[in-house]
Design a protein around this ligand. Structure first.
Ligand code: 13P
Length: 252
């Protein structure tokens, strides 16, 4: 059985005080979390250490939204996996479409970051997904397959199964227009078939695949009940404890 992972990507929101407040609100609700669900929050870098400390002993995991692939060195403005590991960070989002789009993150960089996160035992959440133009020209599968093949290039099977994949169609992010549960599941199934092509079906069965893009309390249940979807990567709705709780407890 694959785990269910509900993750909150806070993006560039919340200063330290706001982050601590939200983390503590969530922590206070954690007794009511569905026990089958693993809960993760990804605050901005400036809040990571404080939130990680505040959640000591909590079931809520803490992840970063990005990292550099090098351990250290002359990379002004970057944060290394070693630094994340040093404060107990367990997950890192890699290759989010906003990073690909606004910060020129290529498939090659994404591949290096994945390998680096795995080297430090930080679980990467690899984001893939097509633009609206690509979907409208029926190029969504080709796009996602290309992203998957390039991301997993040179990664050993024993490491590959540790990677979580988040299918985030770009046209559904922050737009209020979520993919239908059928569209989301079809792509999750397709991603699993790509992994199977690379590593075999046993490995593909183990990979956790999330859906992300305008996940809200009122649509989470339908999407998350699909057989190939193992959780959600939530943006806007993860910034309010009560909304995020409803998504965590989608099955209740
Ligand atoms: P929204 O849930 O705000 O659409 O964001 C999705 C996302 O990009 C999560 O990484």
């Amino acid at each position: 059985m694959r785990k269910i992972l509900i993750a909150g990507n806070w993006k560039m929101n919340n200063d330290v005080d706001e982050s601590l407040k939200l983390a503590q609100e969530l922590s206070a609700l954690s007794d009511s979390f569905d026990k089958n669900v693993e809960v993760l929050i990804c605050p901005p870098f400036t809040s990571l250490y404080a939130v990680k400390r505040a959640l000591h002993g909590s079931v809520i995991k803490v992840g970063a939204q990005n990292m550099h692939y090098e351990d250290k060195g002359a990379y002004t403005g970057e944060v290394s996996p070693l630094m994340l590991k040093g404060i107990g960070i367990e997950y890192v989002i890699i290759g989010h479409s906003e990073r690909r789009q606004y910060f020129n993150e290529t498939d090659e960089i994404v591949n290096k970051k994945l390998k680096s996160a795995l080297r430090y035992d930080i679980i990467p959440i690899l984001c893939v997904g097509e633009t609206l133009e690509q979907r409208e020209s029926n190029a969504e599968r080709e796009t996602v397959k290309n992203q998957i093949f390039k991301a997993f290039d040179g990664i050993e099977p024993s490491d590959a199964e540790k990677i979580t994949v988040a299918y985030e169609p770009i046209w559904a992010i922050g737009t209020g227009r979520n993919a239908t549960s059928q569209q989301a599941n079809e792509m999750a199934e397709f991603i699993r078939s790509c992994i199977s092509e690379l590593y075999g079906s046993e490995q593909a069965d183990k990979i956790v695949i999330q859906y992300g893009g305008s996940v809200k309390p009122d649509n989470a249940g339908e999407t998350l009940c699909q057989p190939d979807i193992d959780g959600a990567l939530v943006g806007g709705a993860s910034l309010k404890a009560d909304e995020f709780l409803k998504i965590i407890n989608y099955a209740k």
